[in-house]
Design a binder for this molecule. Structure first.
Ligand code: AP5
Ligand code: ZN
Length: 214
């Protein structure tokens, strides 16, 4: 399957992705994770992306389209993929369609993580991540066994630099202005399935299962 996960910051895309990935053996391509890795490694791409990311703005379409074009060519992504955080503008959606058409494939489903803005600040400010695996925790909703420590590796957890109430406002603004049109773009193609992303993670997973098995 070729899936797209769309939703505002903190709506649960990164939480559901590994579950879907394991179930369907798909590759998980998260542009935010890839960009953060590039920033950490101080690559040319990372240096270009950092300023926009710190401010909660989108990085340029060219940069992210380039990353995705490279990634979906990989043999491991031929059976299918989960795009998490891409496409986020109409231009990105059109470019993706062009790329997929070249490979003779199409998007199967777009999962829309629908949720009220008001819930997101608590989710974002309580989030802790294990950078190398991408495992995500939450101080209240998904606490690690030991505070500040990854359950699997025992390595320290960190908070994302853009996970502050202030930067969240810009990220939400970018979502409403630039990414909501992408949901309409795919709605017109009849591909969108709406999820109740405000529910607990297990219930959201059950909704995802239902959509993907139908
Ligand atoms: P990105 O990394 O994609 O961030 P985002 O879209 O803001 O999404 P998040 O990762 O914050 O949220 P999520 O939905 O994954 O939530 P999670 O599951 O972790 O992008 C970052 C930046 O990169 C952008 O601002 C931009 O600058 C740049 N960028 C990336 N892609 C780009 C693109 N295509 N074009 C241009 N720029 C791009 O959950 C959040 C928390 O809530 C966790 O603590 C979790 O444990 C908890 N939680 C999850 N689900 C539930 C639940 N159901 N109930 C209770 N708690 C829950
Ligand atoms: Zn995420």
């Amino acid at each position: 399957k070729r899936l797209i996960l769309i939703g505002p910051p903190g709506s649960g895309k990164g939480t559901q992705s590994p579950i879907i990935k394991d179930e369907y053996c798909l590759c998980h391509l998260a542009t935010g994770d890839m960009l953060r890795a590039a920033v950490a490694a101080k690559t040319p791409l990372g240096l270009k992306a950092k300023e926009a990311m710190d401010k909660g703005e989108l990085v340029s379409d060219d940069l992210v389209v380039g990353i995705i074009d490279e990634a979906i060519k990989k043999p491991s992504c031929q059976k299918g993929f989960i795009l998490d955080g891409f496409p986020r503008t109409e231009v990105q959606a059109q470019k993706l369609d062009e790329t997929l058409a070249k490979h003779g494939v199409k998007v199967d489903k777009v999962l829309n993580f629908a949720i009220d803005d008001a819930i997101l600040e608590e989710r974002i400010t309580g989030r802790w991540i294990h950078p190398s695996s991408g495992r995500t925790y939450h101080t209240k909703f998904a606490p690690p066994k030991t505070p500040g420590v990854d359950d699997v590796t025992g390595e320290p957890l960190i908070q994302r630099k853009d996970d502050t109430a202030g930067v969240l406002k810009s990220r939400l603004e970018a979502f409403h202005k630039q990414t909501e049109p992408v949901i309409r773009y795919y709605s017109q193609k009849g591909l969108v399935a709406d999820l109740h992303a405000e529910k607990p993670p297990k219930e959201v997973s059950a909704e995802v299962q239902k959509v993907l098995s139908s």
